[in-house]
Each structure stands twice: as C-alpha cells, then as structure tokens.
Design a protein around this ligand. Structure first.
Ligand SMILES: NC(=O)c1ccc[n+]([C@@H]2O[C@H](COP(=O)([O-])OP(=O)(O)OC[C@H]3O[C@@H](n4cnc5c(N)ncnc54)[C@H](O)[C@@H]3O)[C@@H](O)[C@H]2O)c1
Length: 244
C-alpha cells in the first residue's frame, strides 16, 4: 500500500486525485492540504507527496521532501528557470517524477512526435497548437513546451533560439528552423494539443484531446506508486510507462 499526501487538494486536480485514489486499493491518501495549511505536519506518515498546487510552491515542497526523505510527484507547470534549478537540486537525495503531463495518451503523443520528427526530417515546418480552459494561468502549457522541446531535440537545436510564440504584424517569412507555438484559451477545455508537420504538398497532424482530468490524476497516482521504490533521481512519465 502506497501512502500519499496531496498538496493543492482543493484545486481541480487535487479534487480529482482524491476521487481517483478512493477507487485504487493500492493507495491511501494520508493527508491533503492546500494554501495556508502546514504540509510539514502531514508528510511524516506518507511515502510520496503529490504536488498539484502552484509553480512557486514546488521548490519548497521539494526541499521538505528532502528533509523528510519522501518521494515526490510534481504535477505543477509554469516554473521559472530559478524554480527549476531549486527543484533539480533535490534529485541527488530523493526520487522525483516530474512530468508536464501524466496522461498515458499524451505520453504516447510525445513518443509519436519524436518518431514523426525523425522520419519526416527538416523539410517539414513544425508548429505546436494548444487549447485550454479560460482559467488556466500559465501559457503555453507545460505539455506544449515538452512537445516543442522534443522537436528541438530531434532537430539538434536550442529551444530558446528556435521557439516562436505566436505571430503578429509583418513578421516576415517563416524560417526553416523555427518552431511555432500558439496558445488558445476558452471555455472548459481540459487540454488539447496538436503538433503540425507541414511540407509542400502534404501535412501531418498529431492531436491529443483530454476530456477529463481523470487521465492526469490516474497517471500521477500510478507515478506515485512507481516512484516509492526508486533510487534518488529525476524521472518522468516515459520512465513510469516504460516508454524509454
Ligand atoms: N502535469 C499534469 O498532467 C497536469 C495536469 C493538469 C494540471 N496541471 C498543473 O497542475 C497545477 C494545478 O492545476 P489545477 O487546474 O488543479 O489548478 P487549481 O487552481 O484548480 O488548483 C490549485 C490549488 O493549489 C492551491 N495552492 C496554491 N498555492 C499553494 C501553495 N503554496 N500550497 C498549497 N496549495 C496551494 C490553490 O489554493 C488551489 O486549490 C497547475 O500548475 C496546472 O498547470 C498539470
């Protein structure tokens, strides 16, 4: 039985994690906290902390997990470079699963995106389009950022040099190297992602659409079970699903 604590329990994902954990006999939620609560007071009895709160809380959550020797599943997205560095300083001490998206379908999309980019080559222009509900605070989504990073890796380019966020005005012709990134916001869309590979005369589009947060919650709970027995280090959902 894996014992978990959920940070951000009153949020959309927090509520779904609690709901899904009730249906999983291998998991027990031993603590659930939100803004203003004391996470440190509930972690002693758990194996793994699952954090779906806000990006700025992740470094402190990671530091607490190091102090208490607990595994960590990070669900938040939108971390600054400084926050990322502070989180990464914990991986020599504890196992962390850190994934921009915990859905099995999206992780399949990550795998397919890499394959398609390798097969199609540099004559195809690359664009990523994402859409989320109107309440989402960060843009582009962490998943869209991961998709762009995969594309940049295959092209052996530095993401910050090739990423092009939206287009407006007289922007000139598209370069071969750039990776377009476009964020749509509206309604209650849980999360749509499309990778467009466009060449002269043909176009390939890979799309994933999430209709419920259940897929993210079940993936994060699966990661929480998996990571408990792992040595210190950084893992993602590709590791959890055995896709590497
Ligand atoms: N990785 C994934 O698969 C995945 C999927 C969905 C959402 N997300 C990310 O998860 C995060 C939460 O998403 P959401 O839709 O549930 O948001 P939400 O706004 O509905 O919920 C966030 C909750 O965290 C709480 N919170 C804020 N700061 C906190 C702190 N310092 N300590 C404890 N609790 C705090 C808020 O009060 C709120 O209840 C976002 O970063 C989102 O992008 C990731």
């Amino acid at each position: 039985m894996t014992k978990v604590v959920i940070n951000g329990c009153k949020g959309r994902m927090g509520q779904m994690l609690i709901e899904c954990a009730k249906r999983n006999p291998r998991l027990q939620v031993v603590g659930a906290v939100d803004l203003g609560d004391d996470l440190a007071s509930v972690v002693d009895s758990c194996d793994t902390v699952i954090d779906f709160s806000f990006h700025d809380s992740a470094p402190a959550v990671a530091a607490l997990c190091v102090k208490k020797k607990k595994a960590l599943v990070i669900g938040t997205t939108g971390h600054s470079a400084e926050e990322k560095d502070r989180i990464l300083s914990a991986i020599s001490a504890i196992p962390i699963v850190w994934a921009s998206n915990y859905s099995t379908g999206v992780n399949t999309l990550f795998w397919l995106t890499r394959k398609a980019a390798e097969i199609l080559g540099t004559s195809f222009d690359l664009e990523v389009v994402e859409m989320h509900h109107r309440l989402k605070k960060d843009a582009p989504s962490g998943t869209a950022a991961t998709l762009a990073e995969i594309l940049a890796e295959v092209r052996e380019s530095q993401i910050e040099e090739v990423i092009r966020h939206g287009r407006h005005g007289i922007v000139g012709e598209r370069t071969e190297a750039e990776i377009g990134m476009h964020s749509l916001r509206g309604g209650d869309v849980v999360g749509d992602h499309t990778v467009v590979f466009a060449a002269n005369g043909e176009r390939v589009e890979l799309t994933h659409k999430a209709a419920s947060r259940e897929t993210f919650a079940n993936g994060a709970l699966r990661a929480a079970e998996w990571v408990t027995a792992k040595p210190p280090g950084l893992y993602d959902m590709q590791d959890v699903l055995g896709l590497r």
